[in-house]
Design a protein around this ligand. Structure first.
Ligand SMILES: NC(=O)c1ccc[n+]([C@@H]2O[C@H](COP(=O)([O-])OP(=O)(O)OC[C@H]3O[C@@H](n4cnc5c(N)ncnc54)[C@H](O)[C@@H]3O)[C@@H](O)[C@H]2O)c1
Ligand SMILES: [Zn+2]
Length: 370
C-alpha cells in the first residue's frame, strides 16, 4: 500500500516508522498490532485538530482503540510548564494506565510536549508519534528527544523517551502551510549535507516532485528517517556523533534568538537553512571546503525558495558581536570553546570543537547585512 517502513534499531526499544498515505485511517490497526488492548489520549493543537482529529479518532476506533482528545494552542509557546500540566492532568483524568498510550498528533511542538508528558506520567507511559508537519516527519518524531522550553532557553527541560511506533501519514502534509513545508525541507536537505551526498544530488534533481507530493515525497521522508534512525541507533543520548544532526543549528539558533523567536520573521527550518549555508561558507573561509560547495548549497536553498543568507531575514539584526553572544549561549558550548558542525564538502560534515571565537566573529562581520 505504498507504505515504507524504517526501523529504529534500539534493541528491546526498537520501533518502526511507517511512512505513506492513508496512515491516519489505518492507525488503529497498526497500533493495536503492537500495543493490543490499550486506550489512548490524543494530544494535538487547534490547527491540526481542525484538520485531522476526526480522521484519527475514526482510524483508532476502526482498530478498537478508544481516544480522549487533549487540545492545546498551536505555537512554540505551548512548549511550557503550563501546557505540560494541562496534558498531564488530561491523561490522568482520562484514567490512562502505564501501559496505555499518549498519541502526539501534530508538529514538533505537540510531539515534544506530549512525549515529555508520556515520559513522566506514571514514570513513563507508552508513546505514539503521528507527526503532521514535514519537520516532525523527518526529524522531531524520530529519536526520543522530548521536552519544553524554560525562561532560560529552548528545550532545556525534558527527557529521552522513545515512541513505540511513528506513523507519518504523508497525506496530512497537504494541509500544512507552504512556508512550513519549505522550512521542514531544510531538515531534509540537511541529511544530504551531513553525510549523504547522493541524496543531496537526488534532491537537487527531484525537489519539485518532493514538494508536489506522491512517491518522491514519501521517498524523501523515508531517506531522512533512515538517516536520522542510523545516527540515533549509534548514539541515542548524544554523547558523540548525534551532534552532527546540529548542522546549521548553531548559527540557526542564534538567528532565532536574535529575532526573538518571532515566527513572522523566521521559523526554525528557515534559521537552519541560513545556518547550513553559513556553515558551508564558514568552512570554505577556513579552507576546509571549496567555495564551489558553499555556492552549490546556497543555489539549492535559493532554488527551493528558502532564505540562505542573513540579509534574507526581514527587519534588522543585532550586530556581529551580539550574534556571537547568542552563539556562545547556545547549549553546544563546552567549557568556553565553540563547537560547530563544519564540512569538507557536500556530505562530508564533521564535529569541530575548539573553533576560535575570533574566526566566528570576523566571519559574522563579513557576512552581516549591516
Ligand atoms: N525532539 C526533537 O528531536 C526535535 C527536533 C527538531 C525540532 N524539534 C522541535 O520541533 C518544534 C518545531 O516543530 P514544527 O516545525 O513542526 O512546529 P509546530 O509544531 O509549531 O508546527 C508548525 C505549524 O504548523 C501547524 N501544523 C502542523 N501540522 C499541520 C498540518 N498537517 N496541517 C495544518 N497545520 C499544521 C501547527 O499547528 C503550527 O502552527 C520546535 O519546538 C523544535 O524545538 C524537536
Ligand atoms: Zn532542526
Amino acid at each position: 500500500m505504498n507504505t515504507v517502513t524504517v526501523e529504529v534499531g534500539l534493541g528491546d526499544r526498537a520501533y518502526d516508522i511507517l511512512i505513506g498515505p492513508g496512515l491516519l485511517a489505518r492507525s488503529g490497526a497498526e497500533i493495536a498490532k503492537r500495543l493490543p488492548g490499550i486506550r489512548t489520549a490524543i494530544v494535538t493543537d487547534d490547527n491540526v485538530a481542525a484538520a485531522h482529529l476526526g480522521a484519527l479518532t475514526a482510524g483508532l476506533a476502526a482498530g478498537g482503540i478508544e481516544a480522549v482528545p487533549i487540545i492545546v494552542p498551536a505555537g512554540e509557546k505551548t512548549k511550557s510548564f503550563d501546557a505540560l500540566q494541562v496534558v498531564v492532568d488530561g491523561v490522568l483524568s482520562a484514567r490512562l494506565e502505564r501501559g496505555d498510550a499518549v498519541v502526539a498528533l501534530g508538529g514538533g511542538v505537540v510531539g515534544d510536549l506530549a512525549g515529555f508528558a508520556a515520559g513522566i506520567v506514571r514514570r513513563g507511559m507508552n508513546f505514539v508519534q503521528m507527526p503532521t508537519s514535514l519537520l516532525a516527519q523527518v526529524d522531531s518524531s524520530v529519536g526520543g528527544k522530548t521536552g519544553i522550553n524554560s525562561a532560560h532557553g529552548k528545550n532545556l527541560v525534558g527527557v529521552f523517551h522513545q515512541p513505540r511506533i511513528v506513523l507519518a501519514d504523508t497525506d496530512v502534509l497537504d494541509t500544512l502551510p507552504e512556508r512550513e513545508f519549505r522550512a521542514g525541507y531544510a531538515e531534509v536537505a540537511k541529511y544530504g549535507l551531513i553525510d549523504r551526498p547522493d541524496f543531496f544530488a537526488w534532491l537537487e534533481k527531484n525537489w519539485q516532485e518532493v514538494f508536489a507530493g506522491g512517491a518522491a515525497r514519501t521517498e524523501a521522508i523515508a531517506q531522512s528517517c533512515r538517516a536520522k534512525a542510523e545516527v540515533v541507533a549509534r548514539d541515542e543520548f548524544e554523547t558523540g556523533d548525534r551532534a552532527l544532526l546540529n548542522l546549521g543549528h548553531t548559527f540557526g539558533h542564534a538567528l532565532e534568538a536574535a529575532t526573538g523567536y518571532d515566527s513572522a520573521r523566521l521559523v526554525h527550518g528557515e534559521g537552519v537553512a541560513i545556518g547550513m549555508a553559513l556553515a558551508y561558507r564558514f568552512s570554505s573561509r577556513l579552507n576546509l571546503a571549496s567555495p564551489d560547495d558553499a555556492a552549490r548549497v546556497e543555489t539549492h536553498l535559493r532554488a527551493v525558495g528558502l532564505p540562505w543568507r542573513m540579509a534574507d531575514i526581514p527587519g534588522s539584526l543585532p550586530d556581529a558581536e551580539r550574534l556571537l553572544g547568542y552563539i556562545a549561549q547556545d547549549k553546544k558550548v563546552s567549557r568556553g570553546a565553540l563547537t560547530f558542525i563544519l564540512t569538507r564538502g557536500v556530505g562530508q560534515s564533521f564535529i569541530a570543537r575548539d573553533v576560535p571565537a575570533s574566526e566566528v566573529l570576523s566571519f559574522l562581520t563579513e557576512n552581516h547585512p549591516g
